[in-house]
Structures are given as C-alpha cells and as structure tokens.
Write a protein that binds this ligand. Structure first.
Ligand SMILES: Cc1cc2nc3c(=O)[nH]c(=O)nc-3n(C[C@H](O)[C@H](O)[C@H](O)COP(=O)(O)OP(=O)(O)OC[C@H]3O[C@@H](n4cnc5c(N)ncnc54)[C@H](O)[C@@H]3O)c2cc1C
Length: 409
C-alpha cells in the first residue's frame, strides 16, 4: 500500500458491514461506514453462527462475547390448534454435530457486538445514505443524502438484500432477486407462552406461526412465515407490512391472535420475502458487494449470517493481500467465496416445504420425521446438514497482512 491508507466507504451497518470494517481497519485501511437507520438496528431472528462463520468470529476475538449472548435454546415443539405437542426435538440430539464454538444468537445482539468492536476505530455515519456514485481512475465520488460529498478509493455495498449500492451501480433489483415463494416476519413480544428457552411452532398448510423465549426470561420472539407468490408492497412501509401479516394469519388458530395483538406496538418488526440474490459478478470497477447485497441465500438457508461473516473476512483479506489493488482483490474474493455461496443457496431449495408444509398430510409427515429423528442412526447427517454447509470452505489465512499493517502504523 502507498503511504496514504486506502479509503473505503461501506454502506450498511448490520453484519457484513461492521465485520468488513473490523478487518479492513486491522489491515490499515481508512474505513467509514454509512447506515441509513438513525442508530444501530435491533431485532431479527435468532441466527446460527456456524463453521467458517464461527472461525471468523473466533479470529476477531469475539467468540466469548458472542457466547455471552447465546440464546441457550433447548429445543422446539410442534403443536396443534389446541396447543398439544405433536412432535418435539431437543437441541441435545445434535450436540457435537457442529464445530466447537458454534452457537445461536439474536441477530441484533451479534450486530451490536460487531459494532462495539469497531466503533472506536471506524467512522460511522448513522441516518445517512449514498445518493450517487461516480467513478474515475482516482476514486469514487460519493454524494450523500445529508453529509457533504467525499471521494473514496473504494466503495462496498453491505446494505442487504434490497441494496442501494447494487441498484446504483449494477441496476434494478429485479435483475438479481429470485423470490423463493415464502415471506417471513419476526418481532418481539412479552413471553406470553411462558417458554423456558424453548420454541413452540404451529403449522397450518403453507403457514407457520411460533414463539420462542429470548435471552431475557420475560421476552420472546413471535415468528411467522407463509407461502405466497410475490406480493406487491413497499419494503420500507412497515404499517403496510404489518397489515399484510395480520390479514394472512387472521383466521389461524392456536395462540396466533395473542401473538398478533402485540403487532401494532412492535418496534423491531421485520418482514421480508425469502429471496436470493444471484449475480454473475459482485464488483464493478471500484465498487463491490458483500453479504446479502451480493449473494443473499435467503433465511431458509439459515446461512445468511455465516455468509456475511465469511464474505467480509475474505474480501478484506484479499484487499490486504493485493495491497489495496481492487483489480486483483475483487476477482480473488469471488473465486474464494463462490463455493460457499453456491452451497448455501442450493441448501435453501426445498427447505420451505418442511418448514411450512403445504398440506395437512405433509405437516403430519414432518412431525413423524421429527419424532423419529433422535432414534435414527443417521440423525447427525440430517441434523448436521447446516453445519456441513457452513464448513464448505477452509478460511484462508491473512495473518501476515495484520502484522505488516501493525509494523507500518
Ligand atoms: C433489522 C434486521 C432484522 C433482520 N431480521 C432477520 C430475521 O429475522 N431473519 C433473517 O433470516 N434475516 C434477518 N435479517 C437479515 C440478516 O441480517 C441477513 O440475512 C444477514 O445477516 C446478512 O447481513 P447483511 O449485513 O449482509 O445484511 P442486512 O442484515 O440486511 O443489513 C443491511 C444493512 O444495511 C442498511 N441499509 C439498507 N439500505 C441502506 C442504505 N441505503 N444506506 C445505508 N445503509 C442501508 C440496513 O439498515 C442494514 O443495517 C435482518 C436484517 C435486519 C437489518
């Protein structure tokens, strides 16, 4: 790298953005993160940190912190309309299946841990967004909705499945988004069902409603998913999304009305299509994409967070290895990561019909499978499939570039 550190603007402060910021900062880059929300966004589902994702968190020195936030979920039961448990599975059945250190954590808790690990070294601009990007041979001129225009050497979009950076540089979302036929919604509620680190799920054909207790005993998450062709809605209009959810589950039984009663007041409401982003390239000139923005695998894959952690680690590592030369680093980043992206995206195919089975017969079959699973000798093969996907690639080792950056500073 030349004497002046390479300046990088990252759009998005959720999982991919702060992870990338962490590593780029460690390699001696000058990093700024712009986040549209006025503050760090809370909320979201419990997500698994697995395999190569766990390894990235360990390398960041954050594994202990992440484990402090672990949800400690002990298992899941599938109930009928009267609340009778038709099938249950304990997390213990899969003990030892994953890599050491794998854990489940709320998305918001992970985002906070990553933010806290970077906020002293990285410039965060909350409540702002990129409006335009124009590139020449010296850098990318960026205008913002609020801040003064600035020029950066590189710009990275870590702004999620509906990426603003992707739209500005690569064209409309519809060219890349592949709807998987389901929608998902999550929001916090009091622990109405008095759950103790347990999840209860209720299925009717093509729909699932559930609740699981959060880390704090008196709080829980309500989770809904349903099968549907593409719905025309504004992904920034939360009230409209709440209405869609309430209408879809209006006639569902079990505890659904009690859970939905907390919908109007929910401040951490999340709603989105289960969709994938498929692109032939994740970079154009000095701009690249990381995480869901470039290669979302859909919540059905259960791998979105791992992909973001690993993608950010590799992108930063390749930029460091190439001394900031994006023409070398961006193609290498894609080559290294593509096998994991492909494994995660294909894993998501077909998961939906087990999660929200389309018929009552399929619901019964799924429940039977869940009841039998602990007794099957190949249970670890089935239960351990996500862990296997998460270990598709071996993480490259970029440690020499940390040492080099430390020597320069
Ligand atoms: C609040 C929230 C709740 C979520 N809940 C779930 C969930 O329950 N289940 C699930 O499977 N996945 C959920 N996700 C998605 C999940 O976090 C991602 O699939 C995964 O972790 C990949 O992370 P990412 O950093 O690539 O993208 P994301 O986590 O989607 O983060 C993108 C970030 O970019 C920001 N952003 C968007 N537009 C702009 C812009 N114009 N300028 C600047 N910043 C922008 C967003 O506010 C967000 O902070 C949620 C994401 C968010 C932000």
């Amino acid at each position: 790298m030349s004497n002046r550190p390479v300046s990088v603007l990252i759009s998005g402060a959720s999982i991919a953005g702060p992870t990338l910021a962490f590593w780029l900062n460690r390699y001696g880059f000058a990093v700024t993160v712009v986040e549209r929300a006025p503050a760090l966004r809370d909320g979201g589902q419990a997500i698994d940190v697995l395999g190569a994702g766990t390894e990235v968190v360990r390398k960041m020195g954050l594994l202990g912190r992440v484990h402090e936030f672990s949800t400690g979920k002990r298992g899941t039961s599938y109930v009928d309309a009267r609340g009778r448990r038709r099938a249950s599975i304990s997390s213990e059945v899969f003990n030892g299946v994953g890599a050491e250190g794998d854990c489940e954590i709320q998305r918001g808790d992970l985002a906070r841990a990553l933010y806290e690990a970077t906020r002293d070294d990285v410039g965060y601009l909350f409540g702002d967004s990129i409006v335009s990007l124009s590139e020449d041979e010296t850098g990318v001129r960026v205008t913002f909705a609020r801040a003064e225009p600035r020029t950066f050497d590189l710009v990275i979009g870590a702004d999620g499945v509906h990426s603003n950076t992707r739209r500005l540089v690569f064209g409309p979302e519809s060219n890349y988004l592949r709807h998987m036929g389901y929608y998902i919604s999550i929001f916090s509620t009091p622990n109405l069902l008095e759950l103790d680190h347990w999840e209860l799920d209720y299925n009717i054909p093509g729909k699932i409603a559930g609740s699981y207790s959060a880390r704090e005993k008196d709080r829980a998450k309500a989770i809904f998913a349903f099968e549907s062709a593409e719905i025309d809605y504004d992904y920034r209009d939360v009230e409209q999304q709440k209405r869609i959810l309430a209408d879809t589950f209006a006639d569902a039984g079990w505890e659904v009305p009690r859970l939905l009663a907390h919908l109007p007041a929910a401040t951490d409401f999340y709603f989105d299509a289960m969709a994938q982003i498929r692109m032939d390239d994740w970079s154009k000139g000095r701009v690249a994409l990381v995480g869901d923005a470039g290669y979302c695998a859909a919540p059905l894959s259960g791998q979105g967070t791992n992909l973001s952690l690993v993608g950010a680690y590799i992108l930063a590592g390749e930029l460091a290895a190439a001394d900031g030369d994006h023409t070398i680093a961006f193609p290498r980043y894609r080559r290294e990561l593509l096998p994991l992206v492909e494994a995660c995206q294909s894993f998501a195919e077909g998961v939906g019909k087990w999660y929200a089975p389309p018929t009552n017969a399929m619901i019964r079959l799924r429940n039977l499978n869940v009841r039998l699973l602990p007794y099957l000798p190949w249970r670890t093969l089935i239960g351990g499939a996500p862990q296997k996907v998460a270990r598709t690639i071996q993480l490259p080792d970029y440690r020499t570039h940390e040492t080099r950056a430390a020597r320069k500073s």
